[in-house]
Ligand binder design. Structure first.
Ligand SMILES: Cc1cc2nc3c(=O)[nH]c(=O)nc-3n(C[C@H](O)[C@H](O)[C@H](O)COP(=O)(O)OP(=O)(O)OC[C@H]3O[C@@H](n4cnc5c(N)ncnc54)[C@H](O)[C@@H]3O)c2cc1C
Length: 220
């Protein structure tokens, strides 16, 4: 048996027990590349990816597809080829590596509130981070750490009980990451600046799949 056939069969056998019925027989998927060209995602490669991905992988055949592709601004009625819900740093790295290897059009989704629809795409992959919502607070250093799926609700819930606040937006279901990158305007702005003015550091996974830290002292 050829290696590709073996992986295909082995993948189907090992995944069938936990994959939703509609994803159980993954087919090749027609998708769009970063350059806008039509590409084929081979089912062997998709199954290979899924076999070590902790989170969920949603294809067009999946019964959750139409819910999973929704973003806050309903104007952006896009049809991604794949939506992957990451549950760990390793998942994000794996999703980025897969996208890069396939030269696949990629959108990253945190809170999904991009008004201009930047966290969705037609024919590409959505790397969704909304399941990663852990927070922690260091009261001595007055620092709060949030995972990339956190909303302003998660942020405020962590700090307000201690009498602290991070200057941010005014709508609790907005994503912290997207707001920090492209907004950060709120009622405390005149006194404390934008959210990004208060950002100490980020752990960032770059396009090569490597996690790096960026701060004033490291990769500034
Ligand atoms: C109802 C509503 C209220 C708002 N209120 C305010 C407000 O009070 N103040 C304000 O400043 N702005 C406000 N905004 C604008 C908001 O800050 C931006 O739309 C922001 O980009 C939303 O971030 P998100 O994570 O929810 O969205 P997403 O759509 O998930 O992401 C927005 C952009 O950031 C990128 N991104 C998100 N997470 C990551 C990540 N972890 N790594 C890399 N890229 C990432 C996405 O790829 C996309 O390009 C509001 C928007 C809405 C819809």
């Amino acid at each position: 048996m050829k290696r590709r056939e073996f992986i295909k069969n082995a993948g189907i056998l090992s995944l069938a027990s936990y994959m939703p019925k509609s994803n159980a027989s993954i087919q090749d998927i027609v998708a769009l590349s970063l350059d806008g060209d039509e590409i084929i995602l081979d089912s062997v490669d998709i199954l290979d990816f899924m076999s070590s991905f902790q989170g969920s992988v949603i294809t067009k055949e999946h019964y959750d597809y139409d819910t999973a592709r929704l973003v806050w601004n309903g104007v952006w009625d896009k049809q991604p080829a794949l939506i992957v819900y990451c549950e760990s740093v390793a998942d994000i790295q794996q999703a980025i590596n897969f996208s890069r290897e396939q030269n696949l059009l990629t959108a990253v989704r945190g809170g999904g509130h991009s008004i201009s629809g930047k966290s969705t795409c037609d024919g590409g992959i959505i790397i969704d981070l909304s399941r990663m919502r852990k927070t922690s607070v260091d009261l001595q250093r007055k620092i709060v750490t949030v995972e990339p799926g956190c909303t302003l609700y998660d942020l405020d819930s962590k700090t307000l009980p201690y009498g602290y606040v991070v200057p941010a937006g005014v709508v609790s279901h907005t994503g912290v990451a997207g707001l920090t990158l492209g907004g950060g305007i709120g009622s405390l702005m005149r006194m404390f600046g934008l959210t990004i003015d208060n950002l100490r550091s980020v752990d960032i996974i770059t396009a090569d799949g490597v996690m790096r830290k960026a701060s004033a002292d490291e990769n500034p």
